[in-house]
Design a protein around this ligand. Structure first.
Ligand code: FES
Length: 576
């Protein structure tokens, strides 16, 4: 009879050249933490959490970790918590995306190096859930995701406010001179009033929905508010499931499959989710050798309506989605388009989950498939001479009047140039122009910040202009809105066509044809010197060196090349 593989503290022993000595020493040191012999013999659930003083969204993580531990103990496991780096969206410079892959390496290596039989991943803020799922996918130990949950809304003068669509709305009014200093200060104190992640369908909410749609968390767990007692019960359940995953292993590679990634894409489109999520889902899938082609995204977008009426696409907030039935209510509307036999972390198939979910739904938040918010999906990929590898537009948050246009370009060749000139009274710009920002892509020194939401020049904002075509190799916050074309690839710092654009050139945008073209001859473009920021290519040390050398373009999820999984199963290879 073959010997049972080691579990708990006997896994992955520290190498002293004598395995029995290693175990004896480990047990001895673990005993110093006060564990009884009975506890030391239990299977171990790692509780991987990402909290710290620079992450407001994770303020209540200690309480969640306690609830997870309760669930683990009740189910007969031993919970052992461990921290990783955390990524607080607004506290990192130049941008949190720069550190997502680094955090994923921390998660992967600590899961692999420490003795645990399964792991609960506790995160929430924009880049933490992608980093945890990427790391867990690479480690491929049974894992379950627990998100911190969204913030509740605040009130200002009777108006409901939630970070951060309302942050931008008030800031736009402030820039247009409609809100004064005192009022913007008062609003600042009312936008983010609880722990948890941004209250709208921003990146954090979208990634929570995607984690649930992939099957990596319990049904209904994505939308429950951070402060709701149900959030603690979900944490407890996650601990229990993590113990169950030890006896009946379901690895990330069995849950994150081509069909479940396609389900997640459908959900992303139906919720009007963040443009960032396409990067993150591409990176997560890429860890398992699954490739999301942007042409497949377009095909899915054409047949997946926007069903969820949440800001920035609609009117409501995540707490309303939770009360309306959550992500299962959305998936039920999409049921005929989904791969229902996908396995989930709780052991149910997707069909079983949807069958048992309370059928009640609040139609103010989740529209029926036949009467959607928008008949087409929220995101669309554009291709053309300006973006040979693609670009992304969140059409559900954009002005359709700008979708079929030729426009004169007003070019800013760096973030500094943008900051210096965007509000200059002498800036030669009209509302019919396209604002173009270069050198804010993945290989730039700014590492692809959320700067693609280029502000409307002050003099136009004061005239009441609310939207213009804006194009960049940058990203945009999931909470933002406007006709903002992002992720232009290849980026300027890699010498992509966008590095050769000049003020006065004309672009042609056709959302109907999925085209984004620069109307300049190839000969003329070839004769121009690229305006490419090569700063990162001079770096010789540390994480910056890794980032500069190995970052992929947006169409590959901006992961490091050496972290991607083997193989390239296209998502379009799945049936249906
Ligand atoms: Fe953390 Fe928005 S800042 S989710």
């Amino acid at each position: 009879m073959s010997e049972k593989p080691p579990h708990g503290f006997a896994r992955g022993l520290t190498n002293y050249g004598d395995a029995r000595f290693s175990l004896y020493l480990r047990r001895s040191f673990a005993s110093s933490m006060g564990y009884s012999r009975e506890m030391l013999d239990r299977p171990i659930v790692g509780v991987c959490y990402a909290a710290g003083g620079f992450n407001n969204c994770h303020r209540h993580v200690p309480e969640l970790v306690e609830a997870v531990k309760r669930g683990v103990l009740a189910a007969g496991g031993l919970p052992v918590e461990f921290p990783t780096i955390t990524l607080g969206e607004v506290f990192l410079s130049p941008t949190s995306l720069k550190f997502r892959n680094l955090m994923s390496m921390d998660v992967e290596e600590m899961i692999r190096a420490q003795p645990m039989d399964s792991v609960v991943l506790v995160g929430g803020c924009d880049k933490t859930v992608p980093a945890q799922l990427m790391g867990a996918a690479s480690a491929d130990l049974p894992a379950i995701q627990l998100v911190t949950g969204p913030m509740s809304t605040g009130r200002y003068h009777g108006e409901r406010l939630g970070a951060c669509t309302d942050c931008r709305r008030f800031w736009g009014r402030y820039r247009a001179g409609q809100v004064d200093d005192a009022e913007i200060q008062a609003v600042e104190g009312r936008l983010a009033t609880t722990s948890g992640t941004c209250a709208v369908m921003g990146t954090a909410s979208t990634m929570a929905a995607i984690a649930e749609a992939l099957g990596m968390m319990p049904a209904g767990a994505a939308a429950v508010p951070s402060v709701d007692a149900e959030r603690l019960r979900i944490a407890e359940e996650s601990g229990r499931v993590a113990v169950e995953l030890i006896a009946h292993p379901r690895r990330p590679s069995e849950i994150i499959t081509a069909p479940s990634v396609e389900n997640a894409l459908r959900v992303l489109l139906a919720i009007g989710g963040s443009t960032n999520a396409i990067l993150h889902l591409t990176a997560i899938a890429g860890r398992l050798g699954l490739k999301i082609g942007l042409d497949r995204l377009n095909a899915l977008s054409d047949t997946t309506p926007v069903l969820v009426n949440l800001k920035p696409t609609g009117d409501l907030y995540m707490e309303d989605l939770a009360a309306a039935g959550g992500i299962p209510a959305v998936m039920r509307e999409l049921r005929h388009l989904l791969h229902l036999d996908c396995l989930t972390v709780t052991g149910e198939t997707l069909a079983e989950r949807l069958d048992r979910w309370d059928p009640w739904v609040d139609r103010a938040a989740v529209r029926p498939f036949a009467d959607p918010v928008d008949p087409q999906g929220g995101l669309v990929a554009l291709f053309g001479s300006l973006a040979p590898l693609g670009a992304i537009l969140k059409r559900s948050a954009a002005d359709p009047a700008l979708f079929e246009r030729e426009a004169r370009c007003v070019v800013f060749d760096s973030l500094e140039d943008l900051a210096d000139r965007i509000d200059a009274p002498e800036l030669d710009v009209t509302a019919d122009d396209a604002l173009i920002l270069l050198n804010a892509g993945p290989r730039s020194a700014s590492a692809m910040p959320e700067a693609g939401y280029i502000p409307i020049p002050r003099k136009l904002a004061e005239q009441g202009v609310k939207d213009m075509i804006r194009i960049s190799d940058a990203r945009m916050s999931g909470t933002a809105f406007g006709t903002v074309i992002l992720h232009v690839a290849p980026d300027a710092a890699s010498g992509g066509p966008i590095s050769r654009i000049r003020t006065g050139d004309r672009i042609a945008l056709s959302v109907a044809k999925r085209r984004l073209d620069l109307l300049v001859s190839e000969e003329e473009l070839a004769a121009r010197t690229p305006l490419a920021d090569l700063t990162m290519q001079q770096v010789r040390r540390g994480h910056d060196w890794l980032h500069a050398r190995f970052i992929t373009q947006a169409d590959e999820g901006c992961d490091f090349t050496f972290l991607r999984g083997e193989g390239e199963t296209a998502i379009s290879d799945v049936d249906g």
